[in-house]
Design a protein around this ligand. Structure first.
Ligand code: F6P
Length: 348
């Protein structure tokens, strides 16, 4: 009997358990059993594994998080990490490894495949929806549903108090969540990284709303939105926390509070900010995400069974397709122009 390994790595998102379940069940088609690696790549370097069985994955489809645990660990960041990983793959007698993760994880999978011949297949996941070569990642639909519900709720309190409410959503360098949830929630303005905004224009807009007699409004801002604070200056991230994450990237967050403060100070309109943060990653996946995650898991098991190393499961024109990890990494899939364009019809 063959053995497939599976790990979840990066930041969690709804749908990971659906993938684990699908891989476990589908592996039987390839006469394979499945070993779960706990804690992402860390469990491959410092062995931490669990045998996945049909009964063990029963009922996890609708659960958020991941039964395997997750980390942003990289074998390249610890002494002998890669050598240990290679030795453990041999020791576990793995036919191949399925790595479920976002851009960072998939880049790592490609590097290990290229440099030490790791027999790996990728499954893209992230609420940010920014992985190239796939039209959608699971987790995104759930995050948009959570953010839209929050916007609907904030709308009623904004109206009652006649306030502007700024809602900050996740998404890193891509404006997918902001644009989709903002459109679905009827936001009066959506700010995304792909369209740097001049602070003065935002303030002018709020003043215009006031003149028009609008008594409340909702502004959705992506955590990675770039703001030009002065006409001559450059557009920049606004960060409340100056530290960086394990990959040396800025920890995003703070632009919502900055905007709320500027709007209230410079227009006189009472303004509040709500940062949705990790609520967007928690809880049960939507039906759409359960279906996408299950299809991706089953397809990845097939890729692993067929020894299609260095590839990734992807969604193209509604179908599951095989793409290379090379196609998926290096460049992020940024917000489509047409989605933002339609949403901007309502910035009035
Ligand atoms: O990539 C997913 C994501 O949720 C981003 O939207 C966000 O910037 C980041 O992860 C937050 O990371 P952490 O969970 O480490 O705070």
């Amino acid at each position: 009997m063959k053995k497939f390994g599976i790990l979840t790595s990066g930041g969690d998102c709804p749908g990971l358990n659906a993938v684990i379940r699908a891989v476990t069940m589908r592996a039987a088609y390839h006469d394979a059993e499945v070993m779960g690696i706990r804690g992402g790549w860390r469990g491959m370097v410092y062995p931490d594994t669990v045998k996945l069985t049909r009964s063990g994955v029963d009922g996890i489809l609708k659960e958020g998080g991941t039964i395997l645990g997750i980390s942003r660990f990289s074998p390249y960041h610890v002494q002998d990490g890669v050598a240990r990983l290679v030795a453990n793959v041999r020791e576990f007698n793995l036919h191949g490894l399925i790595a479920v993760g976002g851009e960072g994880t998939l880049s790592l999978a490609l590097r290990l495949h290229t440099e030490v011949g790791l027999r790996v297949v990728g499954v893209p996941k992230t609420i940010d929806n920014d992985v190239n070569a796939t039209e959608e990642t699971f987790g995104f639909d759930t995050a948009v549903a959570i953010a839209t519900e929050a916007i609907d709720r904030l709308r009623t309190t904004a109206e009652a108090h006649q306030r502007v409410i700024v809602v900050e959503v996740m998404g890193r360098d891509a404006g997918w969540i902001a644009a989709a949830a903002g459109l679905a929630g009827g936001a009066e303005l959506i700010l995304v990284p792909e369209r740097p905004a001049l602070l003065k224009d935002v303030l002018e807009m709020v003043k215009r709303w006031q003149r028009m007699g609008r008594t409340s409004s909702l502004i959705v801002v992506a955590e990675g939105a770039l703001i030009k604070q002065h006409a001559q200056g450059s557009a920049e991230l606004v960060l409340s926390n100056k530290t960086t994450d394990h990959m040396g990237r800025p920890r995003l967050g703070g632009v919502g509070a900055f905007l709320a403060q500027e709007i209230e100070a410079q227009t006189g309109v009472e303004t509040r900010v709500t940062v949705l943060g990790h609520t967007q990653r928690g809880g049960t996946p939507t039906a759409r995400d359960r279906i996408l995650a299950t299809r991706m898991g089953a397809f990845a098991a097939d890729l692993c069974g067929g020894s299609r190393w260095g590839t990734m499961a992807a969604l193209k024109c509604g179908q599951m397709v095989e793409v290379t990890l090379q196609d998926a990494v290096g460049k992020k899939k940024l917000l489509s122009e047409d989605l933002y364009e339609v949403a901007s019809t309502f910035f009035d």
